[in-house]
Design a protein. Sequence first.
Length: 318
Amino acid sequence: MIESALLAHIYARSKGLERFPQVLVGPGDDCAVLAVSGGGSILLTVDHLVEGRHVPPLSPTPTRTELDAAARKAIARSVSDIAAMGGTPIASLATACMPPGFPQAAADQLFDRMHFWAQHFNAPLIGGDIAQSPALADGTRGHFILTSTLIGSPHTARGPVLRSTARPGDLVCITGRLGNSLHSGRHASFSPRVAEAAWLCAHASPSAMIDLSDGLGRDAARVAHASNVTITIDAARLPVHDDLPDSPDRWRRAAGDGEDYELLVTLPDDSVLARWAVERNIPLTVVGRVEQGPATCRIIAPDGAVHDAGTLGWDHAS
């Protein structure tokens, strides 16, 4: 199965949701947007975390550190989706499919840590479900799967920030730094950029945003296709983590490693960059521009070669 192909099928099958007036934004963005009584709206998103794919397999007797990392990431990934829409978390729900023989003490501790991290990110757990998977034929334990559903509120002034509203002439900017997230462990310890997204909505009129979970290349291409524009990124300008090994294709790792959970944001001009530098303690780096043209994203390598950004990234299903 190829994730991008399945997503394309889902988007095509979801056409026609406009006949449900409460559905303001359906599949294809970081969150769905639903209208609520009184004229407001809410954000909804769901993610799952699979042991062995999104976090390393646990020890036979899982440690507190392993369980804490899984719980934190399970919640934080969905909080990052809320941030990408410019929203604020309100509450969360969680489910777990536990393999046979998973220790009771470990299960208790896992949910204790999910409860902790949900409150830490201002998204208290308000419900969920638990199930046990069937035993595997070969007698192995199998993996646990967690899901987290986040409810959020859009920015009161800006409203939901979509992927589909980038405009020609906009700057393409990135919060923080990119690359080496999985090897370094940052993929399990990142802080969702909720406060940074709120600041941008209040001061910078962002036209589009997305969180960088699958890699800058793949995710920037999603914005380009959703907005029907060309996005051009200068690889030499990418903000890269110091622990990403130095090599001629370092930029490729920065654009394709994935699991960074930074924000890509398109802005109408650079007038807020100096103020950001004073008020925030993370970089906001201009890495490219939005242009009129076919729906595509390209990266200009340091040697001048042009690359299809959509090929650089991580497919969660492959």
